[in-house]
Write a protein that binds this ligand. Structure first.
Ligand code: AMP
Length: 363
């Protein structure tokens, strides 16, 4: 396993931890390049299980399931960042080749480590402080000013497990609101736009960057991405520097999603990074020469990275809950590309699919 030779030839098997829509689209991209995919997910009818060559149903830290995955796969990757550290340890003990590395995953799993890592690498973030209890919130309000956004260090996504604090007397309630767990206090980002950059680094250190995307959230969930975002060359250069610094400092292999805040003065701050393909990169499926899913497969398989140029302007809209029931109408729109994730259970807030609406690139 660990003596695997790159580039992996077609016919090799790529293991994926996690069987959600990201795993599904990775499996579809891998199949196109002649690879088989083995997916590990606890749910029998997980979206990726339905398209993978091999479906392993088991918990992420179940040694037997991980052994089955490691014995099938030439390289193993993941599609979500809350993979238990124990799973990576077991895979490493088995001698499995995992990409991106367990280190990138561990840093991204902890908001405090992530921000410290970014600052040490010279990349700007909001000011922050570690929070281990209500007293730390009081101290942070004195040191950093108010208001502050308190987030749990681990877990939580789409704005869950976060609360604003204005006054020292709210400290106890806010600490309870984030679950009474170790957290981080952040100053307000004061952004005019939320942008993201999807980038990739190959096994030979080559880096490729997609055009920036502009993101719009509703109720803490990504609703819409417009890309390529209209940005100045200076903004693009900042994003390039951030991505290159991060990917090189991590010795990264694969696709990464980096969420950015754009300030009024044009300065970019890094909010967080996801060591995986990213929802704000779904526009690349129909808007770029090689999409983020194929790019990730190319990178982990040791293939050359593909071209990232935009071939269309795209508005990506997530289909959340019952919005996916509109598939008949959406499928009749000529400029709309419909992606459905094969989820049987329609639930409020659940990402069921997305559409990419295409317009020609101009200028
Ligand atoms: P996160 O869980 O860190 O991705 O945050 C979710 C969302 O909360 C972001 O997409 C922003 O809209 C908002 N947010 C996060 N951090 C800050 C901050 N320091 N200041 C203002 N808004 C923030």
């Amino acid at each position: 396993m660990s003596d695997v030779a790159f580039p992996l030839p077609p016919g090799s098997t790529i293991g994926v931890l996690g069987g959600g829509q990201l795993g599904r689209m990775l499996a579809m991209a891998a199949a196109r390049l002649g690879f088989d995919v083995a997916v590990l997910d606890p749910e029998r009818d997980a979206p990726a299980h339905r398209v993978a060559a091999q479906a392993i149903v088991g918990d992420y830290d179940d040694p037997e399931a991980l052994e089955a995955l490691a014995s099938l796969a030439d390289v193993i990757t993941f599609e979500f960042e809350n993979v238990p550290a124990r799973a990576i340890e077991i895979l490493e003990t088995l001698g499995a080749e995992v990409a991106p590395s367990g280190r990138a995953l561990a840093i991204a799993q902890d908001r405090l480590d992530e921000k410290q890592f970014l600052n040490e690498a010279g990349e700007p973030t909001v000011a922050f402080a570690a929070i281990d209890g209500p007293d730390d919130i009081v101290a942070a309000l004195q040191k950093l000013g108010r208001p502050l956004l308190i987030k749990g260090r681990r877990g939580g996504y789409d704005g869950k497990g976060q609360a604003w604090v204005q006054q020292p007397r709210e400290a106890k309630a806010v600490f309870a609101a984030i679950g009474g767990q170790p957290g981080i206090a952040e100053t307000p980002a004061d952004f005019r736009r939320e942008l993201s950059v999807i980038a990739a680094r190959g096994r030979d250190g080559e880096i490729a960057l997609y055009p920036l995307a502009e993101n719009h959230h509703e109720d803490g969930i990504l609703r819409r991405t417009v890309a390529p975002a209209k940005v100045t060359p200076q903004t693009m250069a900042q994003a390039e520097r951030i991505a290159a610094t991060l990917l090189s400092a991590l010795g990264y292999v694969g696709v990464i999603g980096i969420e950015l805040f754009e300030r009024d003065d044009g300065r970019l701050l890094v909010n967080e990074f996801a060591p995986r393909v990213h929802n704000t990169g779904h526009w690349t499926l129909d808007g770029c020469e090689v999409d983020q899913f194929e790019q990730h497969i190319r990178a982990v398989a040791g293939w050359p990275l593909g071209p990232t140029d935009a071939i269309a302007r795209v508005e990506m809209t997530n289909l959340i809950g019952e919005q996916a029931n509109d598939w008949k109408r959406l499928s009749a729109e000529p400029e709309t590309r419909l992606w459905l994730y094969g989820k049987a259970d329609v639930r409020a807030g659940r990402k069921m699919g997305h559409v990419n609406r295409l317009t020609p690139l101009r200028g």
